[in-house]
Design a protein around this ligand. Structure first.
Ligand SMILES: Nc1c(N[C@@H]2O[C@H](COP(=O)(O)O)[C@@H](O)[C@H]2O)[nH]c(=O)[nH]c1=O
Length: 165
């Protein structure tokens, strides 16, 4: 079965980058994955001054609007690094928040798809033909955290020390 998600208020809304789950990355706490992701667009770019504004944006929608402004200059390697940036943030989100990690685990091996009506890169787009990179990252993180949990259980069973996630 395929699980579609998009808006925070809908089922599986915790998979949206706009969900209110803070992440700490390199000592800085970002209000949402979206805040972090939008800010990373400008690291080392001539428009890096926008980063603190994105950081304090009151909502992920405002953070996204700041980051999507066409007149600003995104870092030159953005297309190369953006999926790595997203993976780092999404992995941290589900490592940090136990309740939504359980929701992610509860999806088993089901296909996760960001049902964005307009985004053919992160989502599936209006006609479902999009690349669904956010769904792919979520499934990758699900596998990575499942492996961490499995090795912790094995370690506990064999009497080793336990550092639970
Ligand atoms: N969930 C969600 C969106 N989708 C998110 O937008 C981000 C892509 O932004 P950009 O690369 O700037 O086009 C990425 O985090 C994707 O998951 N967009 C929205 O306007 N509203 C929403 O509720």
């Amino acid at each position: 079965m395929t699980i579609y998600f998009y808006k925070v208020c809908d089922p599986y809304g915790c998979f949206s980058n706009f969900s209110l789950h803070p992440i700490e990355i390199e000592g800085t706490v970002w209000a949402t994955v979206e805040h972090y992701y939008q800010a990373q667009k400008f690291v080392g770019s001539p428009d890096a001054a926008i980063i603190p504004e994105i950081y304090i944006a009151q909502t992920p929608e405002k953070a996204a609007a700041l980051g999507r402004c066409d007149t600003r200059c995104v870092r030159s390697d953005w297309d190369i690094v953006k999926t790595q940036v997203m993976h780092k943030a999404v992995h941290k989100k589900f490592l940090t928040h136990i309740d939504i990690r359980e929701v992610l685990f509860s999806t088993g091996t089901q296909l996760l798809v960001e049902d964005s009506p307009c985004d053919y890169f992160w989502g599936c787009g209006a006609d479902k033909s999009g690349q669904n990179h956010l769904g792919k990252i979520l499934m990758r993180v699900r596998g990575e955290l499942t492996n961490v949990r499995r090795s912790q259980v094995q370690s506990q069973r064999s009497g080793g020390a336990c550092n639970s996630m």
